[in-house]
Design a protein around this ligand. Structure first.
Ligand SMILES: Cc1ncc(COP(=O)(O)O)c(C=O)c1O
Length: 454
């Protein structure tokens, strides 16, 4: 086994071959379009195939050790093979993997999450964050009797048609006076775009004007206060206060998407902005690494899912929803997330941003790091970032990231292709210092490689 960051080979930059990953990818190409099941994890020429993981590290099928800063897209907050989660999953599976009946552990997890914030009055589980978001939107439509939603330009909320609108708007099509609704997946119906109003991030006056202009047909505003694809910069307190006031006044359900940022504190993200959402969507860390999503919030809106009066306003089921293995994993994950765990993660996140900032400054290259708590994103420029447009990389910056990301993987550091990541509880300053040095070295290498190719 080998990588730059490997306690048994600390100074080595040798790497095993990637022959086995390559062979797997060639097999995959025969049976899966593009050889992949997830658009988000593909990169050229092919990703390494994971063999096993422990704590902060993954070992790939060729024996290379990779320090994992994606933690499966911010979901594995305790890293890999966490002993308490593994034990909980093993015990639950031995009792029966899923039933066409509810189980006690579903009630346990629901109680645990609802106890974390007074906003979480009741909760409804699903199998993914995408499903949680679409369920929340359906509940908001049923509650308000209105068809449309509003969302922030560039913000990611999963794969439901409406929330994909404007996901990859570009300078050529993103509009001037107000952000344009642009299609993401080819074939998206025009009606979907027509029922989705796009707001600029952190521009309170413009956002409130748009909410007022479309208010009578808006069921919901879907809002992430730390949206990763918008640049992983926090919403300003003034923006949050303005959209909360406007949505309340206009009868629009405010859905706060905490599928990623719930990890910021014991009570989630909304308390950090002093925000009282109507609904909150959750996912990722609440499943301990297994597929999950949840909608939670105001009892009167959540009642749209209530089956008891007969046909609910919003019928919602799912063969695997709230299966006991996922519920047990989620409970084991969240029970380990006490205040010392949050303090550790948040301190390490601050250390990360300081170290990366210092390491990049040492190179004189234009780059910066954004983020909050245990979440980070590296930008290949020094422009002040306050919304999707200021974060949006130029073609040259995209090319640089396209060189840097595989180079980092080769050196044994896994970040997402847009250079974002999340820390996990088993990490220490040693891992953070190692990736800071690798990033500085990688930026210098990628810039030089770009100049050589020009
Ligand atoms: C903010 C946000 N919302 C929703 C989702 C969708 O969650 P899932 O991938 O579980 O469908 C994601 C996934 O990354 C996300 O980051």
């Amino acid at each position: 086994m080998n990588s730059k960051f490997d306690a048994t080979h600390p100074a080595s930059d040798r790497r095993n071959s990637t022959a086995r990953s390559q062979a797997l990818f060639e097999r995959a190409l025969q049976v899966m379009p593009g050889g992949s099941t997830r658009a988000t994890i593909f990169f050229h020429p092919h990703p390494p195939y994971a063999a096993h993981g422990q704590g902060s590290r993954i070992v790939d099928v060729d024996g290379n050790v990779i320090l994992d800063f994606t933690n499966n897209f911010f979901s594995a907050i305790h890293g890999h093979a966490n002993p308490r989660i593994v034990a909980a999953v093993t015990e639950a599976a031995a009792r029966g993997i899923s039933f066409g009946l509810p189980t006690e552990v579903e009630v346990d997890l629901a109680e645990h999450i609802c106890a974390r914030s007074p906003v979480f009055e009741t909760i409804r589980f699903s199998n993914s964050g995408s499903e949680a978001v679409l369920s929340a939107i359906k509940a908001a439509r049923a509650f308000t009797g209105r068809p449309a939603i509003a969302k922030i330009e560039g913000a990611y909320h999963g794969s439901y048609d409406h929330v994909e609108v404007s996901l990859d708007s570009k300078p050529g099509n993103w509009g001037e006076a107000a952000p344009a609704g642009t299609k993401y997946a080819r074939g998206t119906p025009d009606a979907v775009v027509g029922d989705t109003v796009i707001l600029p991030f952190n521009d309170a006056d413009a956002a409130v004007r748009l909410l007022e202009a479309h208010g009578s047909r808006l069921a919901a505003l879907l809002f992430d206060p730390l949206p990763s694809r918008v640049g992983l910069i926090p919403a300003t307190p003034g923006f949050v206060a303005a959209i909360r006031e406007a949505t309340q006044r206009l009868g629009i359900v405010l859905i706060v998407d905490e599928i990623v940022c719930f990890r910021l504190s014991h009570g989630g993200a909304h308390p950090l902005w002093d925000l009282k959402p109507d609904l909150v969507t959750l996912g990722k860390i609440i499943g301990g690494g297994l597929p999950i999503g949840a909608v939670t919030g105001r009892r009167d809106i959540m009642e749209m899912f209530d089956v008891r009066p007969g046909k609910p306003a919003v019928p919602h089921g799912g063969t695997f929803t709230a299966n006991p293995v996922t519920m047990a994993a989620g409970l084991a994950s969240l029970r380990q997330l006490d205040q010392p765990a949050y303090d550790h993660l948040n301190r390490l996140g601050d250390h990360f941003r300081q170290r990366v900032t210092a390491a990049i400054a040492g190179t004189g290259l234009p780059a910066q790091v954004t983020g909050m708590g245990s979440l980070f994103r590296i930008h290949p420029h020094r422009r002040p970032v306050h919304d999707y447009r200021t974060a949006y990389p130029t073609d040259a910056e995209k090319a640089l990231m396209g060189r840097l990301h595989p180079w980092l993987v080769e050196q044994g550091f896994l970040l997402t292709p847009n250079l974002s990541g999340a820390l996990s509880t088993p990490m220490t300053e040693a891992e953070v210092d190692a990736v800071a040095e690798a990033l500085a070295e990688g930026f210098a290498w990628a810039a030089a490689a770009g100049r050589a190719a020009a």
